[in-house]
Each structure stands twice: as structure tokens, then as C-alpha cells.
Design a protein around this ligand. Structure first.
Ligand SMILES: Nc1ncnc2c1ncn2[C@@H]1O[C@H](COP(=O)(O)OP(=O)(O)OP(=O)(O)O)[C@@H](O)[C@H]1O
Length: 281
């Protein structure tokens, strides 16, 4: 079962084009959507949720088009909070329990305590990180099956980030829950994501199981002469700095056997993205 299935989703904005993107979020999994600033991650999420009207393509949640009932089962957390400024967390509970059918006040206050958010301050006096935590807590307290998070950890300090990642892992434990999470912090995704979807210039350039990605992809640092021997079809991207070629390849295990003289290092998702963005394809 797929929690999300996106088929040929397209949208032309002024100078930017979301170009026939396809990807899926399998139920019970965490999918990390990564890409540089302006790659189109937020626009994609807004198109999925009908916040922006799409030109073409289809988005299915649990096999169905978005409707009122489905919206109850999906939480979308954007990286901004803008309408709760004058109230405190207690008042938010009072408001939202009347809005969401499945609002869980106990879960909400448990998480408020767990993340040490003050009960006596209005949200306008919260720090950016505190607002971000609150946003995520609200997202979880209306008991969704699917959580969609846009840059959820970017304003958090390292210990809060780790705690939030643990919370996401707890959320998917029952195998009925799924997460789509956009982030620049690829370390976070390496830690928790089951699948990685890479976006660049409004297109999906790669989607793969994370373990397979880290197993299959590798990085070769070599001379130009050695570079000429690397079969072109295994090259994902490369860049040249100070006459050293840094080459991202898509079949490290086979290349290690075929070219034992080459040193093939493990790759990070950061390296992959930055060489793809700055280098040659
Ligand atoms: N309403 C709009 N009208 C015109 N262009 C837009 C609109 N919204 C977004 N864009 C453009 O779409 C592109 C993608 O923006 P988007 O916010 O989706 O990127 P992103 O991957 O989420 O970036 P970031 O990591 O910086 O948040 C940008 O070039 C942006 O200027």
C-alpha cells in the first residue's frame, strides 16, 4: 500500500517549472525529500495538498484523491507558524480539540512536557525553535496516519533535533503511519529515512532506498587519466577541483572488483547532492 503516489505532477510558475515528477511514499516508511534552496520541495508539498493548483498530474493518498476525510488523516507541518501568536499552548488545545475530530489532548500535553515548552507564555514570545517544536506537536496531536513535514528540524538545536528524530521513528513504529520529510539536513535523513528522493530544478533526479543508495553509490577521487577509464554510464556526477576529479558512481561494488587500483570511498548524501549541483552530469 502506498501512503502517497505522485504521478507526472507538473506546474509552471513564473520562471520555475515542476516538471512531471513521480515518486511514492510506501506505507510505514519515512521518505526524505532533499534538494538545494529553490529546488521545488515546498512547491511540491503545496501542489500535493492543493494549496497551489496543479497544471497536470495526479496525487493519490492511500489510493485516493485528496478529500475532506483524507485531510483529517494527513498532517502537514510547514516551516512557519503564523496564526497562534496571541495565545498559549493551553488555549491552543482548547481551540484545536474543537477543530480536529481525532485531536488527542493527552498526547498533546505529554509532548508539550517532553519538549519542555512553557505553558505560561504566548506563542508570540516563543523562540523559532520552540515554535517549530509546537508545530510538529500539533501535527502529531491530531493523530494523523501521514505526516508531511517541510524542513522540520532546521530551527532546532542538536539535542532537540535528535529527540525529534526519535519521535518520528516512534510515530512510524506501528507500520500504519508514514512520513514525507523535506530537509537540507541530510545527516538527519541518513539517520531516519527509509527512502531518499532528490530534487533539483523542479525535477526528481533520483529516488532510492537509502541503504541501497549508500551501498551502491561511491566516490572516486582520481586523476584525469584515471577518470577517462571510468565507464560513462556509471557516473552520476563529477566535479574537478585542483586537477582532482571527484566522481560519484552508481555501482561501487562492481567497480571495486573491476578496478581494484581505484580507491572508492563511501559516499554521503551531502556529497552526492553538492557534486550533482555544482559539477557535471
Ligand atoms: N507563488 C510562486 N510564484 C512564482 N514562483 C514561485 C512561487 N512559489 C515558489 N516559486 C519559485 O519556485 C521555486 C521553488 O521554490 P520552493 O520554495 O518550492 O523551493 P524549496 O526547494 O522548498 O527551497 P528551500 O529549500 O529554499 O525552502 C523558486 O524558484 C521559487 O522562487
Amino acid at each position: 500500500m502506498k501512503a502517497i503516489e505522485i504521478k507526472k505532477l507538473s506546474k509552471k510558475l513564473d520562471t520555475f517549472h515542476i516538471d512531471r515528477i513521480n515518486f511514492t511514499v510506501p506505507k510505514g516508511n519515512i521518505v526524505g525529500l532533499i534538494g538545494e534552496n529553490g529546488a521545488g520541495k515546498t512547491t511540491t508539498i503545496k501542489l500535493m495538498m492543493d494549496v497551489i493548483e496543479r497544471d497536470s498530474g495526479e496525487v493519490l493518498f492511500f489510493g485516493k484523491r485528496l478529500n475532506k476525510d483524507l485531510k483529517e488523516e494527513i498532517s502537514v507541518v510547514y516551516d512557519e507558524i503564523n496564526f497562534y501568536e496571541k495565545v498559549d499552548v493551553v488555549k491552543i488545545n482548547t481551540i484545536l480539540k474543537h477543530i480536529f475530530k481525532a485531536w488527542d489532548s493527552t498526547k498533546y500535553f505529554d509532548l508539550i512536557d517532553r519538549f519542555k515548552l512553557p505553558k505560561n507564555k504566548t506563542i508570540g514570545n516563543f523562540s523559532k525553535g520552540m515554535k517549530m517544536k509546537l508545530n510538529i506537536i500539533i501535527g502529531l496531536a491530531h493523530s494523523p496516519k501521514l505526516l508531511i513535514l517541510d524542513e522540520p528540524t532546521s530551527g532546532l538545536d542538536p539535542s532537540a533535533r535528535m529527540e525529534m528524530l526519535d519521535l518520528f521513528l516512534e510515530f512510524i513504529q506501528n507500520e500504519e503511519h508514514s512520513i514525507l520529510l523535506s530537509s537540507h539536513i541530510t545527516n538527519d535523513l541518513e539517520r531516519i529515512a527509509d527512502y531518499i528522493v532528490m530534487m533539483h530544478n523542479g525535477r526528481i533526479i533520483l529516488q532510492l532506498n537509502k541503504d541501497e543508495l549508500l551501498y551502491r553509490y561511491g566516490i572516486i577521487r582520481c586523476s584525469e587519466k584515471q577518470f577517462q577509464h571510468i565507464p560513462k554510464h556509471v557516473i552520476f556526477a563529477y566535479q574537478i577541483s585542483n586537477s582532482i576529479y571527484e566522481v560519484v558512481i552508481n555501482n561501487a561494488p562492481e567497480m571495486k572488483e573491476a578496478y581494484p587500483e581505484l580507491t572508492i570511498d563511501r559516499i554521503t548524501i551531502d556529497d552526492m547532492m553538492s557534486i550533482y549541483i555544482r559539477g557535471e552530469k
